[in-house]
Design a protein around this ligand. Structure first.
Ligand SMILES: NC(=O)c1ccc[n+]([C@@H]2O[C@H](COP(=O)([O-])OP(=O)(O)OC[C@H]3O[C@@H](n4cnc5c(N)ncnc54)[C@H](OP(=O)(O)O)[C@@H]3O)[C@@H](O)[C@H]2O)c1
Length: 332
């Protein structure tokens, strides 16, 4: 098998030839057709992630065909087209993950490879309307967007939602999910082209967060957001507190630009806001996300596909976030 392995941070991943994987009890080997990148992979290569222990094969998202199962696993999985839930050992609670929770692709070897070994509990039948690239792009960003939008964000049809940084992998899913749920969706982006793309996908409009007065433009709309879904945080978080409607919810699943410089608690309590954290999703969220994607025939947005051997080029491109949607690696 081939694998793109992290040997050290701040260095390109190394393409290695490794022995084929053997299924362990309770586990399955998937011959991967494609994998996809998340900002997590970029952060790990930059040393900006906890618990980095090279060597490790990065990659949390993957889709392929089950080739082997270990003892105790239903042999009917063999030959099935699957996607992999990258959230391992979530635990029993829906409200939050347990202490054993971890993510495929650190510490456990991940999907930037031609084969991956995963617990059979992580296998799900590939949605039939998705091709291999689309299926590979779905798992991590899809479940994160689903939980942030519905399980934690409580979005209902007819509500107004603001999704920040819409070019991001998770954010494009949140846009698709919120539109499908019948919400009135607004977005922010650093790029007017990305805002136009979001509008073509059903958003009402958007604001360029590089413009100083973007939050004033947003606040001048007829309806203020019931829900804001954000992963940027940082200096821009204060604007989100200002923009949120009375009784509104702000869900954060990331803090790409760091923690907020200050938090105006007076506005938080006077406006009766709820500030909510969200991380990936439970097995129930994953199953619900797949059912939602299937019902609404949602297709992940792929920005570009690279051969596995050019994975470093894809990771390097993530530095400046030019993408709209997901970068995919084709296992070759
Ligand atoms: N908690 C979890 O389970 C979880 C899961 C997935 C991701 N995350 C975190 O969520 C963040 C996004 O992940 P991703 O994989 O979707 O990343 P991504 O595909 O690399 O997208 C990042 C996006 O962030 C947006 N952005 C950058 N600076 C911004 C700012 N100042 N204001 C608003 N938006 C800004 C950009 O949007 P534009 O291009 O539109 O400007 C960019 O495209 C990362 O911090 C990641 O670690 C957390």
């Amino acid at each position: 098998m081939k694998a793109l392995t992290l040997k050290a941070t701040h260095r390109p991943l190394e393409l290695e030839e490794r022995p084929s994987l053997e299924a362990l009890p309770g586990e399955a080997v998937v011959q991967l057709k494609a994998s996809a990148l998340n900002r997590r992979d970029y952060f790990i290569t930059q040393g900006l992630y906890p618990g980095i222990k090279p060597p490790v094969v990065l990659g949390s998202d993957g889709a392929g065909i089950v080739s082997q199962v270990g003892e105790g696993v239903d042999p009917q999985w063999i030959g099935k087209e699957v996607i992999v839930n990258p959230g391992l050992n979530w635990g029993d609670a829906q409200a939050s993950q347990g202490s054993e929770f971890n993510i495929l692709g650190l510490p456990r070897d991940g999907t930037f490879a031609t084969e991956v070994l995963v617990p059979a509990t992580q296998l799900h039948v590939k949605p039939s309307h998705l091709n291999w690239y689309e299926a590979a792009a779905l798992p991590l960003a899809g479940v994160t967007a689903y939980r942030a939008t519905f399980s934690q964000g409580g979005l209902r049809g007819g509500e107004t939602v603001l999704i920040t940084g819409v070019g991001g992998g998770v954010a494009t899913f949140a846009l698709q999910f919120a539109v499908a749920a019948g919400a009135s969706v607004w977005v922010t982006s650093s790029s007017n082209d990305k805002i136009s793309r979001a509008i073509s996908m059903g958003a009402q409009g958007g604001f360029n967060y590089k413009e100083d007065d973007w939050s004033k433009q947003c606040a001048s709309q007829d309806r203020s957001p019931n829900l804001i879904i954000d992963s940027a945080a940082g200096a821009g978080y204060a604007a989100l507190i200002n923009i949120a409607g009375p009784g509104g919810r702000i869900v954060n699943y990331g803090a790409t630009t760091g923690p907020p410089a200050k938090l105006d608690l007076f506005k938080v309590f006077w406006k009766q806001l709820r500030l909510q954290g969200s991380t990936m999703g439970s097995p129930q969220d994953f199953a619900d996300m797949l059912a939602f994607v299937d019902k609404h025939r949602i297709k992940p947005i792929i920005d570009a596909v690279f051969p596995l051997r050019e994975g470093n080029r894809a990771i390097d491109q993530m530095a400046d976030s030019p993408q709209f949607g997901k970068y995919v690696l084709e296992a070759d």
